[in-house]
Design a protein around this ligand. Sequence first.
Ligand SMILES: Nc1ncnc2c1ncn2[C@@H]1O[C@H](COP(=O)(O)OP(=O)(O)OP(=O)(O)O)[C@@H](O)[C@H]1O
Ligand SMILES: O=P(O)(O)OC[C@H]1O[C@H](OP(=O)(O)OP(=O)(O)O)[C@H](O)[C@@H]1O
Ligand SMILES: [Mg+2]
Length: 281
Amino acid sequence: MIRLAVPNKGALTEAAQTILREAGYRPRKDSKELVVVDPDNSCELFFLRPRDIAVYVGEGTLDVGITGLDMLADSGAPAEEIMPLGFGASTFRFAARAGTFTSVKDLQGMRVATSYAGLLGKHLADMGVEARVIKLDGAVETAIHLGVADAVADVVETGTTLRNVGLEVFGDPIAHSQAALIKQVGAKEANGVQQLIRRLQGVLVARDYVMIDYDIRAERIDEAIAITPGMEGPTVSPLHREGWVAVRAMVPRKGHQQIMDQLWEIGAKAVLATAIFACRV
Ligand SMILES: Nc1ncnc2c1ncn2[C@@H]1O[C@H](COP(=O)(O)OP(=O)(O)OP(=O)(O)O)[C@@H](O)[C@H]1O
Ligand SMILES: O=P(O)(O)OC[C@H]1O[C@H](OP(=O)(O)OP(=O)(O)O)[C@H](O)[C@@H]1O
Ligand SMILES: [Mg+2]
């Protein structure tokens, strides 16, 4: 039975639950359900705070978990990334009132508010900067206006939260993050983890690709294959029409309309694009 930690609150929650549902795992009935047993998939899902997930996984209490790479680094827990999950992308950055600071070096002797004291403390030490870290639970952007800090270090996605309080980022990004599947460092892989990885990869590929079908004159097949090479090579089947073949290939979702235009221009007919629901590749 695989024991899997899933965020129960915050920015990763919905996307984490969606990818698991698409990968065939049992969803929870409501947000008050903290443990879900999924016997069909030999899996137990534990809904936990994203910040705590690396701690449980690092302790070896749970086999794998979904959390942000910034939270994994912040925790200092002996856990590591198995695979990125393609959502929850953000950067972790310094911000302050416009014109106050230009680089991390300017923070010598200053107060920096953050919810990620581990990540920030390590970065300041690496940069040889001595600053006072003010640990807050959230909404750290307000700490400057309230006179608690001179700068903040926080998660930035669109930058809207910073703009709303009149702050600007400065210096290089401290870290880049996204959601990832994590496991304990050096742990023997639990039964079922490989299957979970394959299923998650299947969902990610299904989201990024579409299936293209079309008919083409046999003499133009080489041109057509150059446009739709497929993953392993396209399937080419005879058509019940002399001199024509049917082709089926996966193509990246992004740009598939251009591919359909190119196929049409070389004489393809009945060009269809269909979504892929799930796959193993
Ligand atoms: N606006 C955002 N866009 C994308 N990812 C984000 C955003 N805000 C937070 N994250 C990511 O989501 C993960 C969880 O952070 P989030 O702020 O949602 O948790 P939280 O509920 O505030 O945590 P805590 O347990 O400390 O209360 C982090 O890895 C973070 O990088
Ligand atoms: O750049 P943006 O798109 O504005 O996103 C970044 C904001 O999102 C997160 O806040 P969250 O809602 O998790 O609140 P918190 O600060 O209480 O954690 C993060 O802490 C930033 O405040
Ligand atoms: Mg937050």
